[in-house]
Design a protein around this ligand. Structure first.
Ligand code: ADP
Length: 266
């Protein structure tokens, strides 16, 4: 738990993200264009090392919230702070540096480069950080070992199963020792058993890293310490603690299992 001396790792306050649609000339004035509110005044905080599930039907705002938390997108209004720093105060360059150093991303479709080996894929974020080749290779091998792929280091993605490819993607997200990993439907392309194995490796290797994973899958949500539930861009339920500073959401949708409901109260 965070204390006054140590702010939450992530704190979202009154986050709203709207998209203005339409570029036709007759709708050229922005007030005439239709607007989609993907997220509507969301306030939530995430602690260090916490595993948070993000549930909700398709279109409820999960990806939008992940992108804002990761600093990949900027809110229409409201703030995201990372360890006390308001991301909107960072220049574009510093925001990129922040993402490279502190945030790992796991996509549903893995997004591995076909031409590179597992080790080459995992080492890529270290290239961007300017780490020397020998150190990159050693670190990539170490993290591939940790996710159980020590014997697949030189394999190309096409030579790996779906579950192995996702473990390479997880290793790539963790290779920089990020403080936060976001994962958008990380097991969406895997069968249930493989998905469970991949998640198990993920959370055990990422012990000190906060993980936010968006999914509709109740089995994936069951690994979370807490579940935040969205519907139409709003938190389904939110509770504020006695000091009024921390907001926690509890799932109350039919897609969320009773098990994850019982996990959701801190
Ligand atoms: P989820 O991840 O839960 O499926 P999203 O965050 O992708 O939901 O989308 C939330 C809402 O915002 C949806 O109605 C979606 O159509 C809309 N939306 C997302 N991205 C854009 C965009 N770039 N332009 C317009 N509308 C968008």
């Amino acid at each position: 738990m965070s204390t006054d001396a140590s702010p939450p790792l992530i704190e979202c306050r009154n986050l709203t993200r709207s998209y203005t649609l339409g570029t036709q000339r007759k709708l050229s004035r922005s007030k005439d264009r239709p607007t989609v509110t993907a997220l509507d005044t969301i306030s939530v905080s995430i602690d260090r090392g916490e595993v948070v599930g993000l549930s909700g039907p398709s279109g409820s705002g999960k990806s939008t919230l992940l992108h804002l938390i990761a600093g990949l997108d900027t809110p229409t209004s409201g703030t995201v702070t990372f360890d006390g720093t308001d991301l909107s105060t960072l220049s574009g360059r510093n925001r990129t540096k922040h993402r490279l150093e502190n945030v790992g991303i796991v996509f549903q479709h893995f997004h591995l480069l076909d031409a590179l080996s597992a080790r080459g894929n995992v080492a890529l974020p270290l290239v961007e950080l300017g780490i020397k080749k020998r150190d990159r290779r050693a670190r990539a091998e170490e993290i591939l070992e940790a996710v159980g792929l020590g014997d697949r280091i030189t394999h190309k993605p096409a030579q790996l199963s779906g579950g192995e490819q996702q473990r390479v993607a997880i290793a790539r997200a963790l290779v920089t020792n990020p403080r936060l990993v976001i994962a958008d439907e990380p097991t969406g392309e895997l069968d249930t058993e493989t998905g469970a194995q991949v998640l198990d490796r993920f959370t055990s290797v990422a012990e000190d890293t906060a993980i936010v994973l968006a999914t509709h899958d109740p089995e994936t949500l069951a690994i979370a310490d807490r579940v935040i539930s969205l519907r139409d861009g709003k938190l389904v339920v939110d509770e504020t603690d006695s000091e009024g500073t921390k907001v926690t959401a509890n799932p109350h949708t039919e897609s969320v299992s009773a098990q994850s409901q019982s996990q959701s109260v801190e």
